[in-house]
Write a protein that binds this ligand. Structure first.
Ligand SMILES: [Zn+2]
Length: 395
């Protein structure tokens, strides 16, 4: 299965988690809006439980819905991998008169697949159980805060700021929305003390299993074909450490010693979607010649300039992803300010900022000769956010 197709499928699962992020942030804003209607601390004492209470039940419900929505998509992704990598390779078995065992009768492959599905399921559950935000409690240094504490401490304090009259509603709303969207919902890794954005963590959980299954099937096919060699597919903008071995043929042993198979940073490790196919020396033909690969590597490593900075193709792609993430956060910000009933001029300024980001993204992509990947920005389904009608298409 090709890389683009895999990414497209994994983006569907990613979307469930960015939707979850938005729902949680909307929920927080909704509670702040309620607090904004309260005018005295005495009233706050009476209403506090009504406004802040039930948060754990509400969160549980949102988490469960996210997981439930992800299961069918996860199964579909596994089905597709088996179809593409295994069933569609039936011909190669027939060519060498080897017996092709249908998936339904292939106990070994079923066992591997089921184990990986269980692993992915456990990873996704683990993500929903360890969520939080980076939040600033006024010290200027954001603190990684578990979701339960976000409601009990952070939200409580923000509401108190409003009802006590220490800050006006609009500035508290703006502050909270800015902090939430700057952080984004994160999976807290308690072992390392770090946190990944929840959509990134979800995609990683799913793709890890899928990549491992693809690798197992490649091994199985190679074994049947009686070869120890694999060709690794080439793709544009690969990370520098992978660019040196992609597009070439390697032995089973070299996959480990040269390409780092089995390590986190190597072939089929984290965020590596490189494909490999069985290769029979003397019979199979290479898809990418050495000359072509060298020419491509030279091209990709010749930096192009944008606003005084140099970017290789790999660096430019990284920059594109960062810009897309920033734009998604800005879109969320606009939406949350709208939900919270912020002042019109505040919303206008934020929309204009988003339009500026979009323009910069277009300029950067065209200067780098890269395709814009706006579907990565519009994954939220929030519709049009940009203010100007000058730019056709979605915004
Ligand atoms: Zn790779």
């Amino acid at each position: 299965m090709n890389r683009e197709y895999k990414e497209k499928l994994s983006r569907k699962i990613e979307k469930n988690y960015s939707d979850l992020e938005m729902r949680i942030m909307e929920d927080i804003v909704r509670r702040i809006k309620k607090a904004g209607k309260i005018t005295s601390t005495a009233d706050w004492q009476i209403n506090r439980l009504r406004i802040l209470g039930n948060s754990s039940e509400d969160i549980e419900k949102m988490l469960k819905e996210t997981l439930d929505a992800s299961y069918p998509e996860m199964f579909e992704l596994y089905d597709q991998v088996i179809d593409w990598e295994y069933v569609r390779n039936k011909d190669i078995y027939e060519q060498i008169n080897a017996e092709f065992i249908p998936y339904e009768e292939n106990g070994q492959l079923q066992q591997i697949t089921n184990a990986l599905i269980q692993q992915t399921d456990a990873d996704l559950q683990n993500i929903t159980q360890s969520l939080g935000f980076y939040l600033d409690y006024g010290t200027g240094k954001p603190v990684l805060t578990p979701l339960s504490e976000v409601y009990q401490k952070y939200l409580d304090a923000a509401c108190m700021d409003i009802v006590s009259g220490a800050f006006d509603y609009n500035s508290v709303l703006r502050r909270v929305v800015t902090q939430l969207t700057n952080s984004g919902l994160r999976q807290i890794d308690y072992a390392s003390g770090r946190a990944n954005r929840v959509d990134v963590a979800a995609r990683r959980a799913v793709m890890t299993g899928i990549t491992q299954l693809t690798g197992h099937i490649s091994d199985m096919n190679a074994e049947k074909l009686g070869t120890d060699y694999f060709e690794i597919a080439w793709h544009a903008g690969a990370r520098p450490t992978h660019a040196v071995w992609q597009g070439r043929v390697w032995s089973r042993e070299q996959l480990v010693t040269v390409c780092g198979l089995g390590t986190v940073t190597g072939l089929e490790g984290v965020n590596c979607y490189h494909e490999r196919y069985p290769f029979i020396p003397g019979i199979s033909e290479r898809n990418w010649s050495d000359e072509w690969l060298e020419k491509k590597n030279r091209e990709e490593n010749t930096p192009k300039e944008f606003r005084g900075k140099q970017y290789t193709v790999y660096e430019a792609k990284q920059k594109q992803r960062q810009m897309e993430t920033a734009m998604r956060a800005q879109r969320e910000k606009v939406q949350l300010l709208r939900s919270g009933g912020a002042d019109r001029d505040v919303i206008t300024i934020e929309r204009a900022k988003y339009q500026g980001q979009l323009n910069e993204y277009s300029r950067f992509s065209s200067k780098m000769g890269l395709k814009e990947e706006r579907e990565r920005i519009y994954i939220d389904g929030l519709g049009r956010v940009a203010p100007s009608k000058r730019f056709s298409g979605r915004g």
